[in-house]
Design a binder for this molecule. Sequence first.
Ligand SMILES: Cc1cc2nc3c(=O)[nH]c(=O)nc-3n(C[C@H](O)[C@H](O)[C@H](O)COP(=O)(O)O)c2cc1C
Length: 407
Amino acid sequence: MDRRLFTQLLTLGAGVPGLGHAADQKQEAVAGPRTDKPAGDDATRSGGGSAGQEPVNVEDVTALAKEALPRATFDYISTGSADEITLRENIAAFRRIRVLPPLLKGVSKVDLSTTVLKQRISLPIMLAPVAAQRMYHPQGALAVARAAVAAGTVFGVSSSATNSVEEIAAASRGPKWFQLYVPKDRAVTRQLVQRVERTGFKAIIVTVDLGEWKDADRRNRFALPKEMLVKHLRDVGFDQVSNKMSYQEVFAFNERAWDISLSWEFFEWLRSITKLPLLIKGVLRQQDAEKAVSLGLDGIVVSNHGGRRLDGMPASIDRLSDIVEVVGDRAEVYMDGGVRRGTDVLKALALGARAVLIGRPYAWGLAANGEAGVRKVIELLREETLNAMLTSGCAKVADIERSLIMT
Ligand SMILES: Cc1cc2nc3c(=O)[nH]c(=O)nc-3n(C[C@H](O)[C@H](O)[C@H](O)COP(=O)(O)O)c2cc1C
């Protein structure tokens, strides 16, 4: 955005030509008409909130997702573990941080692009791995993959995305990282990693925070339909699973299939079978960050899994500085959890994150309007981040410094 557009923003308020609305029209054209829309989709197309207006922020998109989805699916995306202390804290901690922008920096243009693992992305926001995406929209991860490449960012593909890596790679040639949940059977793990390499993924994220305990899901008895669970397990490489099995049998197989007792040795094994950059996701303690870099991992995602794991863990943003301090420039540090505004992106970068990841915001966008919905969420956050940088005198991502944050 240049100074002229910024001036328009000052004088006209929202709706700057070339930002929101023109971009939306383009998105709709790219997305094309949808024939497979879930209930509530018409409300989405005609506008945001539930009052027929265009969504102007992530919260508006949340309301649209709520209208579009069955209650249990919306709850699956939106809720957190147990009393949701961590879920709330992720948001509250961002809100507690105050920004102190310097004046008169003479900045009239902002470049939002940056690099992650040497990959240039158009903004410092990536899409976090999110499971069960075909439950939110028939196009699921395929729509997300297309939205990510159109927006110029990385898609972190969940092991449980409910599409295979081949299907997702065919949907988009954009940069993708694969998030690994580890099958107990290391032959299956090895083959999966080889397929991830073959299909052009650029990195592997190993998620190590486990222990989801969500009351809403148990109350709603939320579960993948049998067809989806079977396909998911077969996509991972469990060829012995089939639709001939009963739901109970497939469910029991799933319960046994995954390694939930990983230790640091796993990374040594993984390093021995792949040359792809490796990241660890779920780090909150300095000691764990130190161990990760000492093993030569390339990136660390400071994360509490969006408050979906052990309740009572601190906000990711509150752990970021400590992790950045021990890691230094030995690995790249990212964070996720509670990013809902461009100012959150600014705060996270000021506290040392190379980029942030978003989970729920784009899952809600997907539910609300498929590929166009995901793009809308990214564009809203892009505009907000751009505005936050411009008003803080930051012409480029590298200008976002710790001194912007009041201590
Ligand atoms: C519906 C949902 C499913 C998720 N599934 C996964 C997953 O399969 N693998 C993973 O590493 N993280 C998963 N996450 C966690 C996200 O990657 C990310 O850490 C979290 O959503 C960030 O918080 P936010 O939702 O506040 O942005 C999931 C999150 C949500 C909301």
